[in-house]
Design a protein around this ligand. Sequence first.
Ligand code: ADP
Ligand code: GN1
Ligand code: MG
Length: 368
Amino acid sequence: MHDYDIAAIAGHFKIPGQFAEAGPCGSGHINDTFAAVCNEGQAKKRYAIQRINHNIFKDPPALMDNIVRVTDHIRSKLRAQNADDISRRVLTVIDTSEGANYFKDEDGNFWRAYHFIEGARTYDIAQSLEQIRQGAKAFGNFQNLLADLPEPALHETIADFHNGPKRFADFTAALEEDTQNRAKDAKQEIDFLKEHGSIFDVLPRLIEQGDIPIRVTHNDTKINNVMFDDKTGEGICIIDLDTVMPGLALYDFGDLIRTTISDAEEDEQDLSKVTIDTARFEPIVRGYLSSAGEFLSKTECQHLVHGGLMITLIMGTRFLTDYLAGDVYYKTHRPGHNLDRCRTQFKLVELMIGQRDQMEAIVSRLSP
Ligand code: ADP
Ligand code: GN1
Ligand code: MG
C-alpha cells in the first residue's frame, strides 16, 4: 500500500490527544483503511482512518452525505429504542476541524475518520453457524432500521452496481477487446458465464413489472462487513457503508449467501476446497428473517435463493471482467488473482444450482 502520512491526515480531524501510531487494517478490495492510535491523557484511543477510492467512487462528497444521513438515522432510531452501547452499534463520522465530513489532501485523495469500534472484530470466513446467524440478523436489522429513511433518495454512489445485464455487457466488451490477450487463459470461465448469463434477467424483469420494491440496502454484505462483539458474539455494527443506496433486499441476502455458505476463501486456488454446506444456509435464512421477515414481501421471499445465485454470478463476472481488462478495479496481490476469484465464484454458482432444491426447501420451511 502507498506510504501515506496518517499522522498528518489524522491532524485534520477533530481527534483529541496526541497521535501515537497507525497501521493498515482489514482486507478490503477497494479502500485503504488504517487504525490510528492517539494518546489522550493516560488513555489510548483508536480511530479508523480511510482513504476513499475516488477512481471507483466518483463523488466522495455525495457518498459521505449518504453515510452521514444513514448513520444519523440509525443513531436516532437506536436512541428511540433505548438501545444500550449505541456508539458501538453504529459508525460515528468524525468531522474535520473545518466542520467537513471528509478531508481532501493535496494529491486529491479523500479521507474520512470514524470512532473505532472496540471489543469487536470482523472475520473473512464465518467461524460458526451461530456467527452466520448473527451476521445475517445484523444485516436484516440494518435494512429494517433504514426502511423509513426520509426522502430524498440516497445518492447512487456507483451506477448500475448490481445491474446484471449491464455487468454482462461490460464483460462482453472486455472480452471483445481482450487488451491483455488473457481470454485464452479463461476459456472455461467465459463459456460458463455465457451459458448462465440468463440468471441476470430475472430481477430486472421483476423491477420493471413493479413486482419487487426498491429499498435502502447495503449492497456489500460480505460477512466481513459486520463487526462481531468479542464477548457476546453479537453482530453489533454494520460497517463499509460506501454502497448504501437504493437496491433490492435480495442483493444483500444474496451476498450473505455468497460469503457464508462456503468456508473457502474468496480467492482459494484449490477448487476442491470450495464446497457448500446447506447446514450453513439455514442460519443465514433464520438470522435474516428474524430481523427482516416482517417487511419482506412474498415475492422477495420466493427469490431469496435466486438472490444468492445472481449475486455470486455477478461477482464472478466482475472478477473475470477485471482480469480481462488488466486488473484495473480490484486490488490484486498476485498474477491471476482476479481469475482465481472468478473461479471460486463460478464454482459456488454451480454448487448452488446443484443444491437449489434443498435451499428452496429451507426457505419455504422458515418463511413467514
Ligand atoms: P473495505 O471497503 O476496504 O472493505 P471497510 O470499511 O470494510 O473497508 O474496513 C476495512 C476493515 O477495517 C474492516 O474489516 C474492519 O476490520 C476495520 N474497520 C473499519 N472501520 C472500523 C471501525 N470504525 N472500527 C473498527 N474497525 C474498523
Ligand atoms: C469489494 O470493498 P470490499 O472489499 O468490501 C466490492 C464488492 C464486492 C467485493 C468482493 C465498491 O468490496 O462489490 O462484492 O469487493 N466493492 C465495490 O469481495 O466494488
Ligand atoms: Mg469491507
